[in-house]
Design a protein around this ligand. Sequence first.
Ligand SMILES: Cc1ncc(COP(=O)(O)O)c(C=O)c1O
Length: 418
Amino acid sequence: MSTNGPTLPNRSDCEAGDAADPLAAFRDRFVLEDGVIYLDGNSLGALPKATAGRLAAVVEEEWGRGLIRSWNTAGWMDQPRRVGDKIAALIGARPGEVVAADSTSVNIFKALTAALQLNPGRRVLLSERGSFPTDIYMMQGLEILLDGRVEARFVDAGEIGAALDGDVAALLLTHVHYKTGRAWDMAALTRAAQDAGALVIWDLSHSAGALPVDLNGAGADFAVGCGYKYLNGGPGAPAYIFVAERHQAGAPPALAGWMGHAAPFEFDDRYWPSAGIERYRCGTPAVLGMAALEAGVDLLAEADMAALREKSCRLGDLFLSLTEALCPDQGFAVACPTDAAVRGSQVSLHHEHGYAIMQALIDARVIGDFRAPDILRFGFAPLYVRYVDVYDAVATLAEIMRNRAWDRPEFQVRAAVT
Ligand SMILES: Cc1ncc(COP(=O)(O)O)c(C=O)c1O
């Protein structure tokens, strides 16, 4: 389906687009309530139908009956590596380069501290101003912890290249920006940073599972990402860390937990890191969360990533062209790239009443989210979002703007999670 041609697609065109969609069958593999349009899979992925059964088996059989024996008999101990290998296949990594563990924040800490060890003599951690806060805060925390021996430096996106001087130990960037949806050219930037002697850490939270990622093709050093967004691992799902094989031996983990030990059940007083990626495990894995994550990743593994990307771009283009046509002069400004080639799987719009408009949309059963100070975010998880959903979502938005439905007191009240 053409989404940005001379004529605007109508609802029937969108239905035809869905009928021809090679990914259409995936939608039925998710729990999705009729009448709800879910455009927030970039924040919390929808629930795969297989997950409840998988979790019930882990709870009732493995935990309920197997009890402690299941660490050995149900593969619990191997889970972080097994799930890591499955995620590796989605992000251009090899088996043994990814482990599922902890949160993205904690994995950022592991990657930053490993990069500092691998790049002695350099003291700057570089990132983009306005990057996702946890990425920034982990850098600032290290600056305090290392008491002046490390500097956390932030520059505007356009200045990253120029800021790669001889002091930079590591560059940490989110591949797709959480607010604007702008995607970096991973290969070009990795090359530029490495040419300047820096190591690169990619935060894939908004790209893995929605667009093709080729970490080894780009020569990346480290990567991290969330399990609960496009990987559909469930609220608070474990995250993952990628460490290129060539770096694994050179950086003993700063978070030297017993599960990263070469032989945790030797209970040795001395820490001997595991030989490979498992040294980046820390404590006991969250078995239930890991089981849900594995179900999400297994489902995604069935999809063709190129088809996923193509549909994601079309959904975004469709949303933008419909918004321009159906919501003119309503105070919206596009906050994401209009060129799908440099946009992740989301569209962002500025509006001074963005929060209230999003609450009115959610009330009308179109679920996106809001990012302060003024951004409405709409994510397109191509496994389950249809063209017709985009059409209906923008039609609802136009209606809300036309009759000022957002201008009700209850829509102005800020919830804890926006
Ligand atoms: C780019 C990025 N990094 C990290 C996180 C979250 O990290 P954590 O799972 O540790 O809360 C998010 C959450 O939205 C994110 O967008």
